[in-house]
Design a protein around this ligand. Structure first.
Ligand SMILES: [Fe+2]
Length: 191
C-alpha cells in the first residue's frame, strides 16, 4: 500500500497538535501539505483588511465559532455569514475578505491548485467608496507562504501611497478597527 499522504488522522487531534499555527497573523496550516488538494485549517481571530480574488473555487466548512466574508461585488460591499456548521462553495473570482473575530473559531478550507496562468490577487479597497487602493497579482504556489509576503509589502507602504485614488480617503493599512469603522459608514455597503 502506498498511502503516500499518510493514513487517516483524527482532525480534532490534528488541530490540538497545531494550535500554535492556527493563531495570528497567518491563522492557517495545511493538513496534507504533500497532496494536490489544498486542505487547510484556519483559526481566528484574524484582523484582515485585504480582499482575495481567487481564480478557482473555495470550500468553507465552519467547524467551530462564527465568521463572515465581506464581499466586494458589482460595486457594493456585502456580507456572507459563516455560522457554526455551515458549508459554502465560493465561486471563482468572488472577491472576499474573510473576517474571523472568534479566537477559537475553526474553518476547514479546501482549495484547488492554481492552473498555470490563472493568477490570484490580493487587493485593498477604500472602505468609503470601494475603489481599489492597491493590488498585487501573482501565480500562487503556497497559501501559507506566499500571502504573508504580500501583506508585508502593503503594510510597508507610506500613508500617502494608501490614499484612495477616487475619493481621497486614507486607507488605514493594517489597522483593522479603523478600516471597519470606515466600512460601517460606507456609501457602498449593503449590510
Ligand atoms: Fe474612496
Amino acid at each position: 500500500m502506498d498511502a503516500k499522504y499518510g493514513l487517516p488522522k483524527n482532525l480534532m487531534q490534528w488541530v490540538d497538535n497545531h494550535r500554535d499555527r492556527l493563531k495570528p497573523p497567518v491563522c492557517n496550516a495545511a493538513i496534507f501539505p504533500d497532496g494536490n488538494y489544498i486542505i487547510n485549517m484556519v483559526g481566528g481571530g484574524n484582523q484582515r483588511t485585504d480582499f482575495h480574488d481567487n481564480p478557482t473555487e473555495e470550500i468553507f466548512y465552519q467547524l467551530r465559532g462564527e465568521a463572515f466574508l465581506v464581499v466586494w461585488d458589482r460595486g457594493r460591499f456585502e456580507r456572507i455569514d459563516l455560522k457554526e456548521g455551515d458549508i459554502f462553495l465560493q465561486p471563482p473570482h468572488l472577491i472576499h475578505s474573510p473576517q474571523r473575530p472568534d479566537p477559537n473559531g475553526l474553518c476547514l478550507l479546501i482549495e484547488l491548485p492554481r492552473p498555470q496562468g490563472k493568477q490570484d490577487s490580493l487587493q485593498w479597497h477604500c472602505a468609503h467608496c470601494g475603489a481599489e487602493v492597491w493590488k498585487a497579482t501573482q501565480q500562487l504556489e503556497s497559501l501559507v507562504d506566499d500571502l504573508p509576503k504580500v501583506y508585508d509589502r502593503f503594510y510597508a507602504l507610506k500613508d500617502e501611497e494608501r490614499v484612495c485614488p477616487d475619493c481621497g480617503t486614507q486607507h488605514p493599512g493594517k489597522d483593522y478597527r479603523i478600516w471597519h469603522e470606515q466600512l460601517s459608514r460606507s456609501s457602498v455597503r449593503d449590510f
